[in-house]
Design a binder for this molecule. Structure first.
Ligand SMILES: C[S@@+](CC[C@H](N)C(=O)[O-])C[C@H]1O[C@@H](n2cnc3c(N)ncnc32)[C@H](O)[C@@H]1O
Length: 190
């Protein structure tokens, strides 16, 4: 059931993104191997509270939510109402709506209203805003938690200022993993 939906979204994403020139109309999903990598990270870290910034049509959220232990919860944020509605339909179809809270709106504003204590945060939205979001992201991530940032190889230059800001902070450990479009792992020290 879940795998059928994931495969369907992979085909749809590939076809749609080839045809659409506007960024807003594209899904820009993570690759399947990134989904598998996120699954390993959620399971291996025992993450129970996961936050995603940049839902699109819900493809990566399906990987994250389906990897949670019983009682685990994913909060995911999407700016565009049409994409948020489409994602919600996919969560319901996968039987995962009960463990996903989808917030529609601008991440910068929504992050400030969330309580801290996330075990894992997956960042896959507007890269130009990551530096401005950094304080909030680090407040939300629990000590010992993991921040994962997509596109760290595919858009390395766009992320330079963000990586420099991370490197300037005490207590963070960084590692770039060449899976999919490149996943930057950031561990927040205890
Ligand atoms: C790369 S796509 C996310 C793909 C998704 N993680 C997946 O793999 O299925 C980025 C998404 O972030 C959303 N986005 C961009 N800026 C945002 C912001 N400031 N707040 C919330 N969402 C934002 C876009 O509308 C877009 O749907």
């Amino acid at each position: 059931m879940l795998n059928t939906l994931l495969t369907e979204l992979e085909r749809k994403g590939e076809q749609n993104d080839r045809q659409q020139s506007s960024k807003e109309q594209r899904y820009l999903n993570i690759t399947r191997d990134t989904g598998e990598f996120l699954r390993v990270l959620v399971k291996a870290t025992g993450a129970r509270r996961v936050l995603e910034v940049g839902t699109s049509n819900g493809y990566s959220a399906l990987w994250l939510a389906s990897s949670l232990p019983p009682g685990g919860q994913l909060t995911t944020i999407e700016l565009l109402p049409a994409k948020a509605e489409e994602a919600q339909r996919h969560f319901e179809r996968a039987g995962l709506a009960g463990c996903i809270t989808l917030l529609q709106g601008e991440a910068g504003a929504l992050l400030a209203a969330l309580p801290a204590g996330f075990d894992l945060i997956f960042l896959d939205a507007d890269r130009a805003r990551y530096v401005a979001m950094l304080d909030e992201l680090l407040r939300l991530l629990r000590p010992g938690g993991l921040l994962v940032c997509d596109n760290a190889v595919s858009h390395r230059q766009e992320l330079e200022a963000f990586v420099a800001a991370l490197n300037a902070r005490d207590g963070l450990s960084l590692s770039l993993v060449p899976v999919g479009k490149g996943e930057l792992l950031v561990h927040k020290g205890e």
